[in-house]
Ligand binder design. Structure first.
Ligand code: FE2
Length: 222
């Protein structure tokens, strides 16, 4: 992996959200995610599984919003790539890079705010920096909820899990003094609400949400 090379060779598709075919956006997002994260394990396995989960749950959002949801799922953790590290807060580092590289504002905002990042940003003193990415559709609503649902029902290793297991694992891995632990009383309810709302939308749309213990066929290839 070479960051400069990756950044130069995977531009966003031209034309913005309004004019490009959705498949172009998703394909470009997958390529950039692969270039930045493929060598990071298990981050890459997690990323692939979150993208697959978002695609499987795309019925929770309007048809025209499905490409940006799946593209955001591919890119939501690119801020962990060493080449993109700036402030050391991955939602912000990822979003700043994407916006600077010309990716659509809504997509960068979804990356900035995925999984209740604003609560951890507050603990870290980064609320002002994150607010540069305050697109209302990334803060609340069906797309924001579905991205959080996808991320928070997939484990760090890329397995489909229950949201409570995912929340508990984050606290276990990051420790009791971590920013995530210090905002858990706010972030936990937000994440649970996003998961519940997405599952309700999927039920109403007639799309059966994948169970926490997914059959092998739902897991991404390793
Ligand atoms: Fe993630």
């Amino acid at each position: 992996m070479s960051g400069d090379h990756a950044l130069a060779t995977v531009p966003p598709p031209a034309g913005g959200l309004a004019t490009h075919p959705g498949g172009d956006l998703v394909a470009a997002a997958e390529r950039l995610a692969r270039e930045l994260l493929e060598d990071l394990h298990p981050r890459w396995e997690h990323t692939r599984a979150v993208a697959a989960r978002a695609a499987a749950g795309a019925g929770a959002v309007a048809p025209q919003d499905r490409p940006v949801l799946v593209a955001a799922a591919w890119l939501h953790d690119v801020g962990y790539a060493p080449d993109l590290r700036a402030v050391g807060f991955h939602p912000l580092d990822g979003a700043d890079h994407l916006r600077g590289a010309g990716w659509p504002r809504l997509l960068a905002s979804l990356v900035a705010h995925h999984s209740g990042a604003r609560f951890a940003a507050q603990v870290r003193g980064l609320t002002g920096a994150l607010s540069a990415h305050d697109d209302p559709r990334a803060l609340a609503g069906a797309i924001a909820d579905a991205l959080t649902w996808a991320d928070q029902t997939v484990s760090a290793d890329g397995e489909v899990v229950d949201v409570e297991e995912r929340l508990a694992d984050v606290l276990r891995r990051h420790g009791p003094d971590s920013p995530n632990a210090r905002c858990h009383h706010l972030r936990g309810p937000y994440v649970r609400g996003a998961v519940r709302r997405t599952q309700d939308r999927l039920r109403r749309a007639g799309a059966v949400p994948a169970p926490a213990s997914a059959p092998d066929g739902e897991r991404p290839p390793r």
